[in-house]
Ligand binder design. Sequence first.
Ligand SMILES: *[C@@H]1O[C@H](CO)[C@@H](O)[C@H](O)[C@H]1NC(C)=O
Ligand SMILES: *[C@@H]1O[C@H](CO)[C@@H](O)[C@H](O)[C@H]1NC(C)=O
Ligand SMILES: *[C@@H]1O[C@H](CO)[C@@H](O)[C@H](O)[C@H]1NC(C)=O
Ligand SMILES: *[C@@H]1O[C@H](CO)[C@@H](O)[C@H](O)[C@H]1NC(C)=O
Ligand SMILES: *[C@@H]1O[C@H](CO)[C@@H](O)[C@H](O)[C@H]1NC(C)=O
Ligand SMILES: *[C@@H]1O[C@H](CO)[C@@H](O)[C@H](O)[C@H]1NC(C)=O
Length: 462
Amino acid sequence: MRLLFVLFFFCWGCACGSESYRAAVVDVKEFEPITHNKYTWLIYEAAKANVDLLVLPSPRVISDANKESCANGEGNFDEVVTAVSAAAQSAQMYVVAPLYERVTCQDKVELVSSNLVFDRTGALIAVHRKASNNFTKCNTTSSTVGRFTTDFGVTFGIVVEEDLILASPQDIAGIENFVVTDNTLSKKSFLFAKQFESSFAFVNKVNVISSSGEITGERTPPLIIAKLRKNGSDHSTLLANPPRSFPSEDLSQYVSKPLNVEASLRGYSDSVCHGTFCCQFYVKSSSIGTNPQDISYGLMAFDGIHQSGSTNIGVQACSLVACAGLYKRSCFIGSKNTTADIKFSQVSINANFSKENSAQFPTVLTTAQTIFNSGNLKFSIVNKEQKSVTSEIYNTENILTFGIVGRDYSKDFNDVRNNTKGYILDFSEYISSENVQEFFDYVWIRLRVLIFIVSVYILEMM
Ligand SMILES: *[C@@H]1O[C@H](CO)[C@@H](O)[C@H](O)[C@H]1NC(C)=O
Ligand SMILES: *[C@@H]1O[C@H](CO)[C@@H](O)[C@H](O)[C@H]1NC(C)=O
Ligand SMILES: *[C@@H]1O[C@H](CO)[C@@H](O)[C@H](O)[C@H]1NC(C)=O
Ligand SMILES: *[C@@H]1O[C@H](CO)[C@@H](O)[C@H](O)[C@H]1NC(C)=O
Ligand SMILES: *[C@@H]1O[C@H](CO)[C@@H](O)[C@H](O)[C@H]1NC(C)=O
Ligand SMILES: *[C@@H]1O[C@H](CO)[C@@H](O)[C@H](O)[C@H]1NC(C)=O
């Protein structure tokens, strides 16, 4: 009986000779909250479906006040590790377990995110750690992307979601399969981070297996199971999901122009520049609904430094953004209401980027799940004197943001003390002639008041 099982396992269970392998993630949207005491059950469920690699969900933190005590549910780290290891061994499956671990660094106890990888024998084959606060004394992991190799001949990169945006082309060279875990403790609001996984997979033509359950595959509750090609993804689709909460990100550092929604019915071109970085937009809409004055979209450009935890990253971005209200330079990303009824027949965005040490990605955020493929999304990079990048969508609605996000890796720096410098640098780049005009208007108003006071004073003296 046991031999039969083993034979069965070799025929179906091992992806050794095959072109593909089976990966599973937990459908966290359907099955929250998942605590560590369900891990063994989840591993056995995955084994029933002949999964080669299961990525467990990241533990949810229940409240900030007692976050350390309940970070891994009610269990402690060692117990969870033992249980997962034993289950991985009896299921003969690779298991990635993102857990929180308390470590002592320089006499200080800190909580770090540890991604543990167990092989089919239950052995711990890789640990990728990341500090969960930005002022840590621990130097936990030397590289942004960890690696592990499996018996079916695939080398995986393992990375915390927010670090995916930091990973330079050198960091990911040669990796076609990624495990991405999220880190609820240090979740930073960052405009493009939410859907960055999908953009990253699309541009690099790689498989991304995400602990937050975002993978395209068959839903067999409690799991989502995908058959993935070992040498990366073959079909280029970009899955745009509505944000879990509508981001109320302040985009006041962006240079923006309002989109003339009515003119977009005829086709509308405009360009927006942030310093020397320019974005060229073409927007054509097929329908703008009955209350076009309620809709406001901004055309945005940004060239500067974004803070992401303790790391500061060089970002160049062009974006069409639905704004809840568009004032002179600030836009808060809108909600379902602000995108209502507008259908774009075409949006094209083009910009020139540096050839050296940079990467560009399309970004789309929608109010309803939308699949983009070659039929409704085109993304191209053409090398001229610079990289000319074009991102286009056709016949889409529900757009919250659409654009190009570019990473300029040469501008990244990782010293908290240099933060202020970064912002000052950024601010000086940001002053365009329009702002200078506004600044002088402001000074002049102040000056007039001052002159008035001084005059009154002088009159009184006389
Ligand atoms: C941190 O990293 C540096 C260099 O990588 C090493 O010399 C140092 O010992 C590490 N410190 C700790 C506390 O691990
Ligand atoms: C991936 O593997 C298939 C089948 O072996 C092969 O035809 C294809 O060329 C490979 N693709 C890449 C990008 O290596
Ligand atoms: C560090 O993180 C805290 C919140 O966790 C945040 O308030 C603070 O601004 C951050 N500081 C830096 C320098 O990133
Ligand atoms: C959207 O509009 C509906 C009615 O028009 C209103 O009740 C709701 O509060 C609005 N939602 C937001 C987020 O503005
Ligand atoms: C990109 O560079 C080319 C050639 O230098 C120029 O013609 C084009 O207008 C630039 N595009 C943008 C959006 O600035
Ligand atoms: C950050 O600041 C340190 C000194 O505080 C300096 O040596 C280093 O060059 C700075 N790094 C950058 C990228 O400006």
